[in-house]
Design a protein around this ligand. Sequence first.
Ligand code: GAR
Length: 207
Amino acid sequence: MKKTRIAVLVSGGGTNLQALLDAQHSGKLPHGEIVAVISSQIDAYALDRAAKAGVPGYAVSRKELGSQEAFEAGISRLLAQYRVELVILAGFMSILSENFTRQWPHRILNVHPALIPSFCGKGMYGLHVHEAALRKGVKVTGATVHFVNEIPDGGEILLQKAVEVLPGDTPELLQQRVMEQAEWQLLPQAAELVSAQIVKDKEDPHD
Ligand code: GAR
């Protein structure tokens, strides 16, 4: 069996990347193989995590390259170089243009730290999402893994998990609970689901 070749795109701490690397290490990603990590931030700790796991890591900075086109061309070059079949956005804080996403229909996954369609879309990323949930006073939030299309957080939903909001929560406490109870479980599960489907499609293209 030829495993699905996965690239993980990151921007920061990379705990979701770590969950994927751990899943692979413990046999929970049998149909996928993480072949490269690409960071939009040169100093992202996620790149250290990739290095520790022996996975090649690269930084592609939009700021340094000067335009969205050059940024996406840099990412595309690496994806081609590593013959990537599935792209996973794991705490990736840049928006990808339609020009990019339409080249990867149902081949880009994203984890979002809320129950879409709540607290999502432009400007809703990282701690902002949890601040908005607390401001609204919701009693339940969670995480969503979805396919990425040209609408920010608008692609088909694959998996969701609810997490309780507790009295006294701060954005940081809530973020940590959503990660522990939802994101770090859902993302590896989704990666395996889609990887297995890609392997199956390669083996029986006419099914
Ligand atoms: C995670 O909570 C992830 O869901 C969120 O940023 C955090 C990154 O943490 N992503 C977004 O908000 C994307 N719209 P990590 O770098 O430790 O995985």
